[in-house]
Ligand binder design. Structure first.
Ligand SMILES: [Zn+2]
Length: 289
């Protein structure tokens, strides 16, 4: 069981800290990861303390992808080489307890599977490089596309780890919460209609959102979520795009191995073949292969 190093920013009631640590200790005790010695747990009283901390840490680490932190309940990264989970207590207020618990275990799952720097300093998949050569407008967005794609793949791996260790109810609640289309998703999509590269970015972002849901719907013989639920969360997209996205994610999940970098490389190829090529060459049509 790893040592949990807890840091508090702002006023964190002891009982809140205590219940988070107890949940994480149960989790690490159940999974017994071999090579995880230390996990940093950073607790924030509110989102603005969290945001200030996160952007200064991003600067220090030289992280170049855009900030997408608003979309997360809690986050995990390993920019310093040590897995670090950041949690803002303000986010807990609006969430059902199961979603909150599911999110904490989800981030702890990342610390086991993706707790070192190599999972955060990723090489650009060949297919995405090639897409950048074919569609120059995509080039300024490739880092963000890779970032979101890598989150999708890593979230599938975490969903598989957690469900295979018996965390079902909370992971279903968490997956349902993250896959739901927000008003922001719908607005962003409407705004993106004029720029194919913005559409590509929106779609990869949605891949991340449905990653856990797809895994719970297709990852085992006994689905924990109905695939139609995942489909409904993409209901604002036209049918071709929705099917293209679902088929791509099902294929990523079907071939998901245990080498994260290889999984990302493969997902990059599927993303380009099934979605990016079509969106970039004909913004209004997608023809999934
Ligand atoms: Zn995640």
């Amino acid at each position: 069981m790893p040592l949990l190093h807890v840091e508090r920013h702002g006023h964190i009631p002891d009982e809140e800290a205590g219940s988070i640590i107890a949940l994480l200790e149960e989790f690490y005790g159940r999974l017994r990861p071999d090579c995880l010695d230390l996990v940093e747990i950073i607790l924030f009283e509110n989102d603005s303390l969290w945001r200030g901390y996160a952007s200064s840490e991003r600067r220090k680490a030289g992280v170049s992808s855009a900030e997408f932190d608003d979309a997360f309940i809690a986050t995990h990264e390993a920019w310093t080489g040590i897995p670090r989970i950041s949690i803002s207590l303000e986010r807990k207020q609006d969430l059902a307890p199961l979603v909150w618990e599911g999110a904490l275990r989800h981030e702890a799952g990342h610390s086991i599977l993706h707790g070192s720097l190599e999972y955060y300093a990723l090489p650009m998949p060949k297919a995405l490089q090639k897409a950048g050569e074919n569609f120059r407008r995509l080039v300024p967005h490739l880092r963000d596309i890779l970032y979101l794609l890598s989150l999708a793949v890593k979230d599938m791996e975490v969903a598989r780890l957690l469900t295979s260790n018996g965390y079902i109810e909370d992971q279903v609640a968490y997956a349902r919460f993250t896959m739901k289309a927000s008003q922001q998703d719908i607005d962003a999509w409407a705004l993106a209609s004029l720029a194919p590269e913005a559409r590509a970015l929106c779609l990869v972002g949605r891949m991340k959102d449905i990653a856990a849901g797809i895994m719970l719907a297709t990852g085992s013989q006994h689905p924990h979520i109905d695939l139609r639920e995942v489909e409904e969360s993409l209901g604002y997209l036209d049918r071709n795009l929705r099917n293209g996205l679902l088929d791509t994610m099902k294929e990523v999940s079907r071939g998901l191995g245990h080498d994260t970098l290889a999984n990302i490389e493969r997902a990059g190829r599927l993303l380009v073949d099934n979605i990016i090529d079509s969106v970039m060459s004909n913004p209004s049509v997608v023809n999934p292969s």
